[in-house]
Write a protein that binds this ligand. Structure first.
Ligand code: KG4
Ligand code: ZN
Length: 367
């Protein structure tokens, strides 16, 4: 630590298909500053396989982590000797990738003699509003990504209660599968979103699963089956899809996801407000929180109920290491740290007390 005035943290992320390193400067009484945030994706490596191949991902992480660290240090104009601590995603995620990151972090910690801090990837997403907007605890978090979808009450850096979540696919998976079914590029979220902008959301009426059931659990797997049927019906009728068909299918799909998230968020807010009625705030995070239609609807919903809404900038919605460095900082500030026994965990629910959700996503069992 530099004369106890500031802390320079290195963050590492390698739990799915993005290899990332970031450097954060924390100064007491001031907002933390992201000095560098390097993300190297692997979309090209997995493109031919129609999904993330864990073994390929792990090897690519092992190759790219060093490069990301070097690039982050250069960007921040620092050297390894300037680092005060290293934070790393220790789960949940694809185990080979998580292991790659944990090994690099252990090496740096041992070699530089600096503390090692294991971070839950989901906590990284869930704490991002504190990094970007200095949001105070408690707040309601909707975490929507390629592997996860859950409502959490965030009460502290390691204190989360889950109100509900998906029982099968995560919305990001549904976006990715939709893109695959329609021959659009991966990751599916951004490509489906831009097609949807050109389409008519009313032409296809897709199901809004689980809206007839109380609570804020969600389901998205039926949606892709409905989309598949609609696509096949068009192909059978006309021999193929026009540009407009594709855009309309995307618009119909996205509208269904927006409706489900909006209604379930309304219910999560009902529960949250009963418990914590003062200065309510809803934050979204995770890759799907980059979706402009979802952000816009949730912002409107919150506005109508006097709830403050916040969403991180797009680059901090999708996987990155700045959020891992920040979550590490929150643990570090409380005196927590790990040692060389830090284990990589494929599954690591944020709320250990909530019953496990059904289904398994691209990152394994739903946390
Ligand atoms: O948080 P993230 O980077 O990785 C996980 O932890 O899963 O999220 C990636 C997911 C992918 O499924 C991607 O298609 C989705 O986020 N995504 C989006 C958008 N941008 C990324 N989904 C909908 N709309 C977007 N604009
Ligand atoms: Zn993520």
């Amino acid at each position: 630590m530099n004369e106890n005035t500031e802390t320079i943290l290195l963050g590492l992320e390698s739990s799915c298909d993005d290899t990332a390193a970031a450097i954060l400067r924390a100064t007491p009484g001031a907002a933390p500053e992201i000095l560098a945030s390097i993300v190297k994706g692997q979309t090209d490596l997995h493109a031919a396989f129609g999904g993330v191949v864990p073994e390929i991902a792990a090897r690519a992480h092992a190759e790219k982590l060093d490069l990301c660290v070097e690039e982050a240090l250069t960007t921040a104009n620092l050297t390894l000797a300037d680092l005060d601590a290293v934070a790393v995603t220790a789960g949940p995620g694809l185990i080979g990738g998580v292991l790659s990151g944990v090994m690099v972090a252990k090496g740096l910690s041992a070699g530089l003699g600096i503390p090692l801090i294991g971070v839950n990837h989901l906590a990284g997403h869930a704490l991002t509003p504190r990094l970007t907007d200095q949001v105070a605890f408690p707040y309601l978090m909707l975490l929507v990504s390629g592997g996860h979808c859950q409502f959490l009450i965030a009460r502290g850096p390691e204190d989360f209660s889950r109100l509900g979540g998906t029982i099968d696919d995560a919305p990001g998976e549904a976006f990715d599968k939709t893109a695959r079914l329609l021959g659009l590029p991966q990751p599916g979220g951004p490509s489906v979103q831009s097609e949807a902008a050109k389409g008519d959301a009313k032409r296809f009426r897709f199901p809004r699963p689980l809206l007839d059931r109380p609570g804020c659990d969600m389901s998205f797997s039926g949606l892709k089956t409905a989309l598949l049927r609609a696509r096949d019906a068009l192909v059978a009728e006309k021999g193929g899809l026009t540009e407009q068909d594709r855009a309309d299918l995307c618009a119909g799909f996205q509208a269904a996801v927006v409706d489900v998230l909006s209604e379930k968020t309304r219910r999560a807010l009902d529960i949250y407000l009963t418990e914590i009625p003062t200065e309510p705030l809803l934050a979204v995070a995770g890759g799907v929180a980059a979706n402009t239609a979802i952000r816009a609807r949730l912002e409107t919903d919150c506005g109508e109920r006097g709830v403050t809404f916040t969403a991180p900038p797009l680059a901090l919605c999708t996987d990155n290491a700045a959020m891992i460095a920040y979550a590490g900082l929150e643990r570090f500030a409380k005196g927590a740290k790990d040692d060389m026994t830090l284990a990589a965990r494929p599954r690591w629910p944020l709320d250990q007390t909530a019953p496990a959700l059904l289904g398994s996503g691209k990152k394994g069992a739903k946390a």
